[in-house]
Design a protein around this ligand. Sequence first.
Ligand code: GRF
Length: 194
Amino acid sequence: KRVAILISGGGSNMIALAESMVGDHPARPVLVVSNEPTAAGLSRAARMGIPAAAVDHRPFGKDRAAFEQELLKPLLAAEPDIVCLAGFMRVLTPAFVSRFEGRMLNIHPSLLPKYTGLHTHARAIAAGDAEAGCTVHEVTAALDEGPILGQARLPILPGDTAETLAARVLPLEHRLYPAVLRRVASGDRGRLDL
Ligand code: GRF
């Protein structure tokens, strides 16, 4: 299976995914694309020998469709079987998502369905939740609401800030996402709870 990974920043989840696709793993990374040309993840991908491209969203302003037409060029050229959003911070239109229906995954730093959108850790702390975590889900037209494929959770500690919590959840993401990708790449859509 050919896997394309979309990033916007450091790409730590992309690194974890790419590093997992070795040996008898049924998938290989074939492309990394960032909407942010300065994303550190682009050089990290290139250093791993993965073709990397930047498609800057800024020149397109509010015209999401025009940006996505540009984004599709390297993406379709790579002929991915699976597209992984990994720290990708642009909302995709339903038209774009429908082209990859059922084979586009995302990792979101909350225990969905709680806290779709942004500032997830701060909201969990403010709500007095006992736990936080991350979710890998299929991407559908509704933001952060597709079928859940896996979750990993941990306790929120007294005194936790959004930053200290994020620092503990990120390594969980790096375990959950590769584990879910391996299952999806081998045809298993069962839910994985770490
Ligand atoms: C992190 O906040 C992570 O929780 C979310 O995207 C952000 C950046 O991740 N998934 P990455 O290091 O760019 O993979």
